[in-house]
Write a protein that binds this ligand. Sequence first.
Ligand code: PRP
Ligand code: HPA
Ligand code: MG
Length: 183
Amino acid sequence: MRLDDVRDDLTDVLLTEEQIHDKIAELARRIEADYAGRKPLLVGVLKGAVMVMADLARELRMHIDMDWMAVSSYGAGTKSSGVVRILKDLDTDLSGRDVLIVEDIIDSGLTLSWLLGNLQSRGAASVKICALLRKPDAAKVEVDVEYIGFDIPNDFVVGYGLDYAESYRNLRGVAVLAPHVYE
Ligand SMILES: O=P(O)(O)OC[C@H]1O[C@H](OP(=O)(O)OP(=O)(O)O)[C@H](O)[C@@H]1O
Ligand code: HPA
Ligand SMILES: [Mg+2]
């Protein structure tokens, strides 16, 4: 779906498809250099991270493994409940692995700070984070992120994996959702 297809539901367009593509290529070059000679395990956080994972994984010119976790703290609303639930766990044993968590967004930081602790406790050699978006003004906990795409304002955004009540994930860009949609 294109931004124009749902233009009335959106206020500001924050990122176009091209801007996202260029940033993912930039992050991929850094990841290739940093993990040279190793085979990192990319852990995608369902469902929001599917688009970032799909594009980043294909952009990387190196061998990787991929696995998925599903955690949820937002449900159908626009605010984090702060309670993180594992809906689907990894299939992979993390002992000795270099783990790179792939996320769409760091909002309050609650999901990732919890996930980082959870994965670190499983014996990985390293656990780092790659997130496309971050809202610095929404942080409730600070999370140490190695690879970040864009800092964005503290508004509820949709697109490129990010949903409102499960819609808009298939939007190619990222935009602020108009309040009339959820108020
Ligand atoms: O920094 P936080 O405030 O914790 O928010 C970020 C998390 O919230 C969203 O996931 P959500 O729980 O909505 O599940 P989803 O990926 O299936 O949409 C998003 O994909 C991140 O995982
Ligand atoms: O701004 C957001 N939009 C959609 N999902 C989210 N999950 C955390 N923050 C957001
Ligand atoms: Mg998510």
